[in-house]
Ligand binder design. Structure first.
Ligand SMILES: Nc1nc2c(ncn2[C@@H]2O[C@H](COP(=O)(O)OP(=O)(O)OP(=O)(O)O)[C@@H](O)[C@H]2O)c(=O)[nH]1
Length: 589
């Protein structure tokens, strides 16, 4: 277990940003400062001072960007509380999502140093969630992954750290990000006890960071290498490696890095019984890291001091150092415990959030299903109504067709096919109904029958077609002779009848006479034949025959035969002859 280098994450957290609208010179200087933070910390500090002097040129976003760089400088100086305070203020105030996210990542990255473990993890989770979306900015996603791999190393969650490092290595094209990811991966692998078997892999990570001048990361990789070598028995090799590169580490100017280099070297010196150098290195390790928080290098340095004093026989000093060592060790172990608790708490919160999200998504699914059911049911109802409408329309159409067919059949059944007027059966039933109405109303009625004269002769002389034509003309003539409301029908071959409600004997004879005149007026020249069209007429009225159709028909028929037998082409009306006890037809025309 060890405290991983916070500076690594900070280098990424404050990655360069694109400028907006303010003076290009200020913006480009800002970006330059951002870019050299970890590669050249001293130049970075100078660049910040220069930018501070020109703060009036900056717009809001640039001021906030500069504030982020200041937060970084605070962290770099070891004042992580100051760095987090600035970052929290920025996170609360900044509208720009990128500044907000980078502030969040800075807070997460400083979690170990400020002992704000839960806060740091919560900011990390937020950042990972914010950058995990498919449409998230890949550069910010990489920054979140980088902080995740660093922070999980700090929390001794080496497997998680390795996973995020692997994701980062697979996705990044930026050499500096790759350098940091590889350094963190090595740190996680050492924590997992699965240091790469192939030394080339370690050399490759080292060369990658060296190639881009990232002195801090290079030095931390060397620390990982040294610790691995010492743990596997090659303590001389470890010491040689760190001694050779101590100056370089010191030149990087990062207190925690230098402290760890020196405390490790102090431990190796102690083993060689070089007590003077061991003490010197251990003290300088403690001196350079002024931060009051507990760290492994501090614990290790205090242990060296206590053992040196012990071996020198300086028991009071040994006791004093031992007390400090025990206190630092306890604080460090307490930190580890607190970190573990914070991690578990954060996991629980994440799990609870996940469960809440899962529950919400289930509820959402149920809601969606309910909506789907409602939609389907509405659709089914619509379909059912449509089906019903179609069935009703079909039934209506079918009923209409049936009605039309029935009407056609009825008309066919009631109409004479040749002349289009009522046939005998229909004439009779209509006449019976009309007579009943007349009787009920106390009205008179008259029946006129007519039979064409010598029609056989017309057929024989001019053909059946000519006979048919004549029959149609006669029907038209009869119809034309009728009054409004009169009945007209063809009662047999060349026999026709007219029933007139309200007519008396005179009116009946008038109808017959009109009809006779119309027959005479038929122009047979139209069919290129010259032939007279005449008929014999027989009339009767209810006044003499009563309202029974049968009786009226018999009396009118009798009168018509009298007309026929009396020489044809005349009208006879049935009349009651008093004195002979019965009714006899009398010639009236
Ligand atoms: N063209 C044609 N002739 C018909 C039709 N129905 C009946 N007839 C003919 O009408 C003629 C009736 O002849 P008859 O009963 O001898 O009567 P008629 O020749 O008019 O002589 P009278 O009634 O005594 O004046 C027959 O020749 C029938 O064939 C028809 O629908 N069309």
């Amino acid at each position: 277990m060890r405290l991983a280098p916070l500076i690594l994450g900070l280098a990424l957290v404050l990655g360069p940003e694109a400028g907006l609208s303010a003076p290009p010179d200020f913006q480009s200087r800002l970006e330059e400062a951002d870019a050299i933070r970890s590669a050249d910390p001293a130049a970075f500090v100078r660049a910040l001072d220069a930018l501070d002097a020109r703060i009036d040129e900056a717009d809001t976003r640039q001021r906030q960007h500069l504030q982020l760089l200041h937060a970084y400088r605070e962290a770099f100086k070891g004042d992580f509380d100051g760095a987090v305070a600035l970052a929290r203020q920025l996170h609360a105030e900044a509208r720009d999502p990128e500044v907000k996210l980078r502030s969040s990542l800075l807070i997460a990255n400083s979690a170990a140093a400020t002992r704000n473990f839960a806060l740091g993890l919560s900011h990390l989770e937020q950042s990972l969630a914010a950058t995990g979306a498919a449409d998230a900015d890949p550069r910010l996603r990489e920054q979140a992954l980088a902080v995740a791999t660093i922070l999980y190393n700090q929390f001794s969650k080496y497997e998680l750290s390795r996973q995020y490092a692997d994701q980062l290595i697979a996705s990044t094209t930026d050499p500096r990000t790759r350098c940091i990811a590889r350094q963190q991966r090595l740190s996680a692998l050492r924590g997992l006890g699965s240091w790469p078997a192939d030394p080339a892999e370690v050399q490759e990570a080292l060369a990658g960071c060296e190639a881009i001048g990232e002195k801090v990361f290079v030095s931390f990789i060397r620390i990982e290498m040294a610790r691995h070598m010492a743990a596997t028995g090659d303590r001389d090799g470890a010491e040689k490696l760190l001694s050779r590169h101590l100056r370089e580490a010191e030149a990087a100017g990062y207190a925690r890095l230098i402290s760890e280099f020196r405390s490790l070297l102090a431990g190796y010196r102690l083993e060689k019984d070089d007590l003077a150098n061991a003490r010197k290195l251990a003290r300088s390790a403690l001196d350079i890291d002024a931060d009051s928080s507990a760290s492994l290098p501090k614990v290790e340095a205090l242990e060296v001091l206590y053992r040196v004093a012990e071996r020198e026989g300086n028991l009071p000093a040994a006791l004093d150092y031992y007390r400090q060592y025990a206190q630092a060790d306890k604080t460090y172990l307490d930190d580890v415990m607190v970190r573990e608790l914070a991690f578990q708490q954060s996991r629980n919160e994440v799990q609870q959030k996940d469960q809440a999200i899962a529950l919400l998504s289930k509820q959402n699914q149920v809601l969606k299903l309910e909506q789907e059911v409602a939609r389907t049911s509405a659709q089914n109802t619509r379909l059912l109504l449509l089906l019903l409408a179609v069935v009703l329309a079909a039934i209506g159409y079918w009923a209409y067709k049936i009605k039309r067919v029935q009407t056609r059949f009825r008309i066919l059944a009631q109409t004479d096919g040749l002349t289009g007027i009522a046939n005998r059966r229909h004439f009779r039933s209509q006449a019976e109904a009309l007579l009943a109405d007349c009787e009920a109303a106390g009205r008179s009625a008259a029946l006129v029958l007519l039979d064409l004269d010598n029609f056989k002769h017309i057929n024989d002389q001019h053909g059946h077609a000519a006979g048919d034509w004549v029959l149609k003309q006669v029907a038209d003539a009869c119809h034309a002779a009728c009054r409004e409301g009169d009945l007209c029908g063809r009662l047999g071959g060349e026999e026709f009848g007219i029933l007139s409600c309200g007519a008396d004997g005179d009116a009946a004879e008038a109808i017959a006479q009109r009809c006779r005149e119309r027959l005479a007026a038929i122009d047979t020249g139209l069919i290129h034949h010259a032939m007279p069209i005449t008929a014999s007429f027989g009339c009767t009225t209810t006044a003499v025959s009563g309202h029974a159709f049968e009786t009226m028909f018999a009396h009118a028929d009798e009168a018509m035969y009298l007309a026929k037998n009396s020489g044809r082409d005349q009208v006879r009306t049935h009349a009651v002859r008093t004195g002979d006890g019965g009714s006899r037809p009398a010639i009236t025309a």
